[in-house]
Design a protein around this ligand. Structure first.
Ligand code: ZN
Length: 326
C-alpha cells in the first residue's frame, strides 16, 4: 500500500516546533496575588500549594518574585480588615487592594489588574448589596442595580490607586457599562476593563474561598452566576459585555468550559481571557501528590489546551512555576 498522507513526517524534532499551531509565553499569563490586611506575615494557603496570603507591606516584594519569572501581570485580591453589609472596604481609599496597588505600581513594573467585586468585603459574602430582610434567606437575589453603584465606586478607587486594568467579576447585569462610565467620568479613559463575562456558578472555586475568605455566609451564587448547563447563554453574556465596552472578555473556569472559550473566540473580535481556577490547580496538585500525574507536564499541557481553545491570556496559579520553563 502506498500512503499519500504521512502526518508523522512533521513530528520529527526540528520540524515539530516549526509547525506548532499554539504557543505559550510568560507574557500570556496573569498571576493571582492575595493581599491580606489582617496578616502580619505571609500565610500559606493550605488548599493551594505554593500560594500564600501576604501582608500589604509585602505585596510589592511578592509581585517582584512573580515578575522575576518573566510573568508581567498580576491580579490582586484583597482580604480586608473588616466587613459590612455593603462591602465599603472595597472602595475605601485606604482599602487593602488600593494600598497594595499603590505599592506595586510604585515599586514594580508589573501590569496591575484588580478584581472588582464585593464578596470579599461584605459580611454576608455575596457579590453585592442584598435586601436587609433577606439576611438569612438562601434564595435571595442580590440587588442588581444598587450593586452597580458600589462596583463603580470600587473600580474608580482602584484606578485612582494606579490599577492598569479593572476586572469586574460579580456577574451584575450592566456592570461593564456602569464601570466604564465611572472610569471615564473620573478621567481614567485609559484604564481597561477585563470583564468576567461568562462566569459560572462552579464547584471548582472551593480552594479560592479558603484563600480569599469569600464563601457566602448563607445560600449560594446561582442567582447571579451562570448555570453550568448553559452554553448559548454565554454567547449572550459575552455580547452584552462587549457592547458595554469590555476590552477583554473572560470565561471562568477554564478547563471544564473550553467549549465556551472557543465559542467566545469565534463570537467576538476582542481578546479572550480564561481563568484556570483554584479547583483546577488543586486537583492537578492532588493527583501529582499521589504520584498519579507529573505536575510540570500536566500544568503546561492544561495551559496549552486553554490557549488552543482560543484564550489569548490566562489567569493561572501555575503562572510563576510554568513561566521559567517556557
Ligand atoms: Zn464576588
Amino acid at each position: 500500500m502506498r500512503l499519500t498522507e504521512r502526518p508523522r513526517r512533521l513530528r520529527r524534532d526540528g520540524l515539530r516546533d516549526l509547525v506548532a499551531e499554539t504557543t505559550l509565553r510568560p507574557a500570556d499569563l496573569i498571576a493571582p496575588v492575595f493581599v491580606d490586611a489582617t496578616a502580619d506575615e505571609r500565610v500559606p494557603i493550605e488548599s493551594m500549594p505554593g500560594h500564600e496570603r501576604v501582608p500589604v507591606d509585602e505585596a510589592a516584594a511578592r509581585v517582584r518574585e512573580i515578575t522575576d519569572t518573566g510573568v508581567e501581570a498580576v491580579i490582586l485580591f484583597g482580604i480586608p480588615e473588616s466587613k459590612d453589609p455593603e462591602g465599603s472596604r472595597g472602595w475605601a481609599d485606604d482599602g487593602v487592594v488600593q494600598r497594595a496597588t499603590r505599592a506595586v505600581a510604585a515599586e514594580t513594573d508589573a501590569t496591575v489588574v484588580t478584581d472588582v467585586c464585593l464578596c470579599e468585603y461584605t459580611d454576608h459574602g455575596h457579590c453585592g448589596a442584598i435586601e436587609e430582610t433577606a439576611a438569612s434567606d438562601p434564595t435571595l437575589t442580590v440587588r442588581n442595580d444598587r450593586t452597580l453603584e458600589l462596583l463603580r465606586r470600587t473600580a474608580v478607587s482602584q484606578a485612582e490607586a494606579g490599577a492598569d486594568v479593572v476586572a469586574p467579576s460579580s456577574m451584575t447585569d450592566g456592570m461593564v457599562a456602569a464601570i466604564r462610565e465611572g472610569l471615564d467620568e473620573a478621567g481614567h479613559e485609559d484604564v481597561a476593563v477585563l470583564s468576567y463575562a461568562a462566569k459560572y456558578e462552579s464547584a471548582f472555586y472551593g480552594p479560592f474561598r479558603d484563600a480569599a475568605d469569600g464563601a457566602p455566609a448563607f445560600g449560594d451564587r446561582r442567582h447571579y452566576q451562570m448555570d453550568p448547563a448553559n452554553g448559548r447563554e454565554a454567547r449572550r453574556e459575552v455580547r452584552l459585555d462587549a457592547d458595554q465596552g469590555a476590552d477583554v472578555l473572560m470565561v471562568k473556569p477554564a478547563m471544564p468550559y473550553l467549549d465556551v472559550v472557543r465559542q467566545t473566540r469565534e463570537a467576538v473580535d476582542r481578546p479572550v481571557a480564561a481563568y484556570q481556577v483554584s479547583g483546577e490547580y488543586a486537583m492537578l496538585h492532588a493527583a501529582a501528590d499521589r504520584g498519579l500525574l507529573e505536575l510540570d507536564a500536566v500544568a503546561l499541557e492544561s495551559l496549552l489546551a486553554i490557549r488552543r481553545a482560543g484564550a489569548d491570556l490566562i489567569l493561572t496559579y501555575f503562572a510563576e512555576t510554568v513561566a521559567p520553563r517556557l
